[in-house]
Design a protein around this ligand. Structure first.
Ligand SMILES: Cc1cc2nc3c(=O)[nH]c(=O)nc-3n(C[C@H](O)[C@H](O)[C@H](O)COP(=O)(O)OP(=O)(O)OC[C@H]3O[C@@H](n4cnc5c(N)ncnc54)[C@H](O)[C@@H]3O)c2cc1C
Length: 419
C-alpha cells in the first residue's frame, strides 16, 4: 500500500515540499502518493509586490509576477485546486469544499494573510488614504496613489508583529525616499516609519545598521508603536499617541489559517504550534509545518520556507522508515533588503546567530556583502526572481546556500563588540 502524504497550501513552502518529497521518494523507490491541495492556481512571486507601487521595470502589473501554479508542480505530485475547510488529526482526514482525503502524514504550509478588520477604521480608509502592498491588487492601488501624491506626510507603518518579510516595509521606506527624490517631491515630503519594534529590525546589530540608514535618509523613526485605529488624517497607537498623515502605507496585522486553530493545532492566531527544531506539530502526531503559518521564532520569508522544506522532507522520510524526526532546523533565513538607488543589504542568520557583517556565500570573495549596502547585493535581489522561478520553487538546490546557516565569511566578532 502506498503511503498517503497530503501537503496543504500551494504557496512557496507547499510547492517546494511536495516537489522535493516526490523526487526523493522516487529515488528511494518508495511508494508515496503526494497530493498538494491549495486555492491559488496562479502563483504570485510575493517579493515582486514591493516593486509594483514604484512601477519598476519588469514590475508594472500583477501578471509580471504571477505564473500558473501547475507549471511548477513536478512529476509524482497530484495538484488539487480546492479550498480546505477542516482538518481532523484524530481521524487523519482533511475536508475541502469538494471532497475529503485521508492521510498517513500531513504537511501544513497554509501561510499567513493580512487582516484589515483587526484595526478599527482601517477598512473604511483602505484604498482611499490608507494603502498597502501585501497583495497584488493593493500594490497596484498604491502605485496609482503614489503617482497622484504631491508631497505631505507619508507614514509607513507596521501594525503589529509578526508579519511576512519583516524587512519589506523598510525596503518600501528606502524606495519611497528614492522615488520622491527622483520626482522632486522629497523636500515637500516628511517620511515617518512607525514600528512596534524598538528600531528598524528585531536583532540588535542589524537594527543599528538599518535604523542608522533610515535616519541618514531623513526618515523619522517612531519605535514601540503599534496600530490601534485609523481615522481620515491620523493613525493612533494603543496608548493614544496620534501620528498624522496625508498618505498612510501600512502592513496590516497578520493571521494564519482558521482551519489550523479550529483543528486544535494553532496558537489562537492561526499559526501552528511547531517544534522549532524538528518542525513537527506540538499538538498532534504525523503533522509537520513550515513557512509563514508556523510559530517558530524566525522570519516569515520564502527563503525560510525553502530551507525548512529540506528538513520537513528529511524528517518525513525518517518517520516513514520508523525512525525519529531529527532536531535539525536552525531557523536559517536569508534576505536581500533593497535600500534604493540600485543598492541593497544582505542578511543571513538563524535562531542563534543574528545578522553580522561579512561576505556571502564565500569567505573573502563574496561576491555579496553582509550587512553592507552594495550594488552586487542589488543585483542579487534582482536575480532572486529568476532563482525563485527556476530553482527555489521546483525544489532544486541553490549552489553554495545550504538549508542550515553557514558561519563561513561571517564576522562573528561583531557580536562581541556589540555586547
Ligand atoms: C511584499 C512581500 C515581499 C516579500 N519579500 C520577500 C523576500 O524578498 N524574500 C523572501 O524570502 N521572502 C519574501 N516574502 C515572504 C514570502 O513571500 C513568504 O514568506 C512565503 O511565500 C511563505 O511561503 P508559505 O508557503 O508559508 O506561504 P504562501 O506562499 O503565502 O502560501 C500559502 C498558500 O496556502 C494557500 N491556502 C491558505 N489557506 C488555504 C485554504 N483554506 N484552502 C486552500 N489553500 C489555502 C494559499 O492560497 C497559498 O497558496 C515577501 C512577502 C511579501 C508579502
Amino acid at each position: 500500500m502506498a503511503t498517503e502524504v497530503l501537503v496543504l497550501g500551494d504557496g512557496t513552502g507547499g510547492i517546494v515540499t511536495a516537489n522535493l518529497l516526490a523526487s526523493k521518494a522516487r529515488k528511494k523507490d518508495l511508494q508515496v502518493n503526494v497530493k498538494l491541495i491549495g486555492n491559488s492556481p496562479m502563483h504570485t512571486y510575493q517579493p515582486g509586490m514591493l516593486f509594483l507601487p514604484f512601477q519598476k521595470a519588469g514590475y508594472r502589473r500583477p501578471s509580471d509576477i504571477q505564473r500558473p501554479t501547475a507549471r511548477y508542480i513536478k512529476a509524482g505530485v497530484e495538484y488539487i485546486t480546492d479550498r480546505i475547510t477542516a482538518l481532523d488529526p484524530e481521524s487523519r482526514t482533511v475536508t475541502t469544499e469538494a471532497s475529503e482525503y485521508h492521510y498517513d502524514w500531513l504537511v501544513l504550509a497554509l501561510g499567513a494573510r493580512t487582516v484589515l478588520d483587526d484595526v478599527e477604521g482601517l477598512p473604511d480608509f483602505w484604498g482611499k488614504k490608507a494603502f498597502g502592498f501585501y497583495t497584488p491588487a493593493s500594490a497596484m492601488a498604491l502605485a496609482a496613489a503614489l503617482e497622484r501624491f504631491q508631497g505631505g506626510n507619508l507614514v509607513i507603518d507596521v501594525a503589529e508583529m509578526p508579519i511576512k518579510c519583516p524587512v519589506a516595509p523598510l525596503e518600501f521606506a528606502f524606495l519611497a525616499d528614492e522615488y520622491l527624490r527622483k520626482r522632486g517631491l522629497r523636500d515637500k515630503t516628511r517620511i515617518t516609519y512607525v514600528t512596534p519594534l524598538n528600531g528598524a529590525f528585531t536583532k540588535p546589530v542589524c537594527n543599528d545598521v538599518l535604523t542608522h540608514m533610515l535616519v541618514e535618509k531623513g526618515i523619522e523613526v517612531v519605535p514601540n508603536a503599534s496600530l490601534a485605529e485609523v481615522r481620515e488624517d491620523a493613525m493612533y497607537c494603543p496608548d493614544g499617541q496620534e501620528i498624522p498623515f496625508d498618505m498612510l502605507v501600512t502592513i496590516p496585522p497578520h493571521e494564519g489559517a482558521d482551519v489550523v486553530d479550529e483543528a486544535g493545532l494553532g496558537d489562537g492566531l492561526g499559526f501552528g504550534v511547531t517544534d522549532k527544531y524538528t518542525l513537527k506539530s506540538r499538538k498532534a502526531d504525523r503533522i509537520f509545518l513550515l513557512g509563514d503559518g508556523t510559530n517558530v521564532p524566525t522570519s516569515k520569508a520564502g527563503s525560510v520556507a525553502h530551507f525548512q522544506a529540506d528538513v520537513v522532507v528529511h524528517n518525513l522520510l525518517r518517520e516513514m522508515a520508523g525512525e525519529d524526526a531529527e532536531p535539525i532546523a536552525d531557523g536559517h533565513s536569508n534576505c536581500f533588503i533593497e535600500t534604493g538607488f540600485n543598492k541593497a543589504v544582505l542578511i543571513d542568520f538563524n535562531y542563534d546567530t543574528q545578522p553580522v557583517p561579512g561576505t556571502f556565500p564565500l569567505p573573502v570573495i563574496g561576491p555579496m556583502s553582509l550587512l553592507k549596502e552594495t550594488y552586487a547585493n542589488h543585483l542579487g535581489k534582482l536575480a532572486f526572481k529568476q532563482v525563485y522561478w527556476h530553482m527555489l520553487l521546483p525544489g532544486r538546490p541553490i549552489p553554495l546556500v545550504g538549508s542550515r546557516m553557514s558561519t563561513s565569511g561571517k564576522h562573528l566578532e561583531a557580536l562581541e563588540q556589540h555586547a
